[in-house]
Design a protein around this ligand. Structure first.
Ligand code: PLP
Length: 427
């Protein structure tokens, strides 16, 4: 028995489903997960000593590659001085300044411990600011697992194929309206009916949790316009896209200023982190400046702050985003070519260093079209790539990420693996 299998048996005795987050159990690819021992650069190694080129990148945070020397040094240096004080530190102020400089729409920011905490707190703040309860989200967008968002959510829940989680009170979800992504007129219709009751729209400005789905021309601008007209807030959930789509996230790329922004993943450099920020006028409602309660024993944790800061310092260097985009384009063009040569019907949605493949012959623009993709084909693809040394997210509904550590050789090897996998699928 492999070490991974032995650990999997043990894990299932002690952890629900053997994991601490559902997608890790590989249920949607009908398999058993690999247990990971270590990772360096673009490579990840399982406990049985196999090496893989990693496109999961811990679901987004590892944009500079795994165990980057500067990030590890920063963590070590900070850890040697103590791991948590529950008191203000310089490094949290430094990271806040860096985030505010990068995001023109953010004037003040509050650090939390996960993306879930960021979106949950931003929603509370939006409700307090507008004194309204209702929230609009979009089918297939995932905003973490707070009760208000577990309504036809994507990612984990989409994979499990259930519309919402047991344990979430209907009394709460009745305030959440989930609409098709990219359907601006659907949003406008709801505003015409109950616009004055809507506290906010929350949206992934590039969806990353139903695979990558790009906003169509005018969609985000339309959301900005309609929220302004009705006095609702626009929340961009940039937990994935922040510092990924560009230095200033998707909002700078598309030129839209949301009222509030949620961040996570990259700003923690692989440590547990989240943050939400926005206009001073709104952020000043948060305790202790205002009355909206939100707190955290480990919020602004020095290890997380210094890992995040070290990561952002690397991303701030010239040409970094160009390089990431170039590598990703090289990869997606290679994959397209492999699909053409092997006769596989494929759609690729890509922006900057994130992309998804859909086994689909029509453009993928919303959750409905995502679900029309061939999921059996995805499973074959996943295992074909795995046996050729490529580690992908074990679900068709996830984004793939390219890091600064992926070399031309890694990209070339990946394209070869795609070509041979596609050929095998066709046989
Ligand atoms: N928002 C988005 C867009 C996400 O992708 C995620 C997680 O994948 C979250 C929120 C929740 O973040 P976390 O898993 O850190 O709670």
């Amino acid at each position: 028995m492999s070490k991974s299998e032995a650990l999997w048996q043990r894990a299932q005795k002690f952890l629900p489903g053997g994991v601490n987050s559902p997608v890790r159990a590989w249920r949607s690819v009908k398999g058993k997960p690999l247990f990971i021992e270590r990772a360096k650069g673009a490579k990840i190694y399982d406990v049985d000593g196999h090496e893989y080129i990693d496109y999961v990148c811990s679901w987004g945070p590892m944009i500079v590659g795994h165990a980057h020397e500067e990030v590890i040094e920063a963590i070590k240096h900070t850890a040697s001085k103590g791991t948590s004080f529950g008191a203000p530190t310089e490094v949290e102020v430094e990271l806040a300044e860096m985030i505010i400089k990068a995001f023109p729409s953010i004037e003040k920011v509050r650090m939390v411990n996960s993306g879930t905490e960021a979106t949950m707190s931003a929603l509370r703040l939006a409700r307090a600011y507008t004194q309204r309860d209702k929230v609009i989200k979009f089918d297939g967008c995932y905003h973490g697992h707070a009760d208000s968002f577990l309504v036809k959510a994507g990612s984990g829940l989409a994979t499990l194929g259930i519309p919402a989680s047991p344990g979430v009170p209907e009394d709460l979800t009745k305030h959440t309206i989930s609409l098709p992504y990219n359907d601006l007129s659907g949003v406008e219709d709801v505003f015409v009916q109950i616009g004055k009751e809507i506290a906010c729209i929350i949206v992934e400005p590039v969806a990353g949790n139903m695979g990558v789905v790009l906003p169509e021309e005018g969609f985000l601008k339309g959301l900005r316009r309609v929220t302004q007209r009705y006095g609702s807030l626009l929340i961009f959930d940039e937990v994935i896209t922040g510092f990924r789509v560009s230095w200033g996230g998707a909002q700078v790329h598309y030129g839209i200023n949301p009222d509030l922004t949620c961040l996570g993943k990259i700003i923690g450099g692989g440590m547990p982190v989240g943050a939400y920020g926005g206009k001073k006028e709104i952020m000043s409602l948060i305790a202790p400046e205002g009355q909206v309660y939100q707190a955290g024993t480990l919020s602004g944790n020095p290890l997380a702050m210094s890992a995040g800061l070290a990561t952002l310092k690397i991303l701030q260097r010239p040409e970094v985003y160009k390089e990431l985009e170039k590598k990703t384009k090289q990869l997606t063009e290679g994959i397209k070519q492999a699909a053409k040569e092997t006769g596989i019907s494929l759609q690729i949605n890509q922006i900057a260093s994130m992309f998804s493949l859909f086994f689909n012959d029509r453009p993928v623009t919303d959750y409905k079209s995502v679900l029309k993709s061939n999921s059996d084909m995805f499973i074959k693809y996943f295992y074909g790539m795995l046996k050729r040394g490529i580690y992908l997210a074990p679900s068709a509904y996830e984004a793939s990420f390219v890091s600064l550590a992926h070399t031309d050789e890694d990209i070339k090897r990946t394209i070869e693996a795609v070509y041979h996998t596609f050929k095998e699928i066709k046989e």
